[in-house]
Write a protein of this length. Structure first.
Length: 307
């Protein structure tokens, strides 16, 4: 069972980036240091239990306390501290090829890229990065303290209202990973995850260019706008310009719905629209289950076509 945590899309022990590799190495180094201290303590306890009451000189007792209780633990812990501090500057180094702004909100992630012309390209609950290139992630919060953590790529960093924290990632292995909020932030904290996709650089550039374009859809937007969805959500190229909730311009291209809650399928999309308050308590998304079935179907069809 313990080995099950050693790999997968959310394992800090299966690094897919430079920062996560340093964290994993630090874990193993600290594990060895802890094992040394543990063996010394247990060995001393076993030795003492087998001493059979034979007298110990005062000098020998003082040496045991001094070396076993003070000098050896201090040296081991100091070495571990020095090793950990040595890693910190490297985790912020590098000239990033990409800057992404991520804002934590209850209970989703606002993601904003910068296009070649400097214009913001909004997305939500999904982060895409080019493999082999440094990416600067600027982290803040719109409400309470959140914590941004992609175990396979880097250690976690808090997101604090009114403050911007900087995280530099060096993703190295192409694949799909899972990020989470690692700071309790309310009722649906457990349901605040996001997808991270590391791509070939050329594929990433092509994807980012598509994201900058308006949504391409053949479905009717009438039910979406008539029921007030555009007051909270944006769909570029349409009258929907809301900023309260995630930008939905290319929703159909995202792998997950509801910040990692469901796979992006028509059935799950309809359920989320109809039962948002039930499946994600405390979120600001109202449930639209009271709408006529034809309206629900029309909204689902429209959202599912936004590419």
């Amino acid at each position: 069972m313990m080995l099950g945590a050693c790999s997968g899309t959310q394992s800090a022990l299966d690094p897919a980036g430079r920062e996560a590799g340093e964290v994993a190495t630090l874990f193993w180094v600290m594990l060895v240091g802890a094992a040394v201290i543990w063996l010394a303590v247990i060995g001393t306890a076993v030795f003492a239990s087998r001493w059979q009451g034979r007298p110990v000189s005062e000098r020998a007792g003082l040496r045991l306390v001094l070396w076993g209780g003070a000098i050896v633990p201090t040296l081991v812990l100091a070495a571990l501290l020095a090793y950990g501090l040595r890693l910190m500057p490297a985790l912020r180094a590098g000239e990033p090829a990409l800057t992404v702004e991520v804002t934590g909100e209850q209970y989703w992630w606002r993601v904003s890229y910068r296009g070649p012309d400097g214009a913001a390209i909004e997305s939500g609950n999904e982060l895409r990065l080019p493999a082999g290139h440094a990416a600067e992630i600027l982290l803040t919060s719109a409400d309470v303290i959140h914590s941004f953590w992609i175990p396979s790529l880097a250690g976690k960093l808090d997101m604090i209202p009114g403050r911007t924290n900087r995280l530099v990632l060096h993703p190295e292995r192409i694949g799909t990973y899972r990020g989470v909020c690692a700071e309790f932030c309310g009722r649906s904290h457990t349901f605040m995850a996001f997808t991270v996709i590391v791509m070939e650089p050329a594929a990433f550039e092509a994807w980012l260019a598509r994201q900058a374009a308006p949504a391409a859809t053949a479905a009717d937007e009438g039910a979406f706008l008539a029921n007030g969805c555009g007051g909270c959500h944006s769909v570029r190229g349409t009258p929907a310009t809301g900023t309260i909730g995630p930008d939905l311009t290319h929703l159909a291209d995202r792998a997950m719905l509801g910040a990692g809650l469901f796979a992006n399928t028509p059935e799950n999309l309809r359920r989320f629209v109809a039962e948002a308050e039930e499946v994600k308590p405390g979120s600001r998304m109202p449930s639209f289950g009271m709408l006529p079935p034809q309206d629900l179907d029309a909204i689902t069809a429209y959202l599912g076509s936004l590419r």
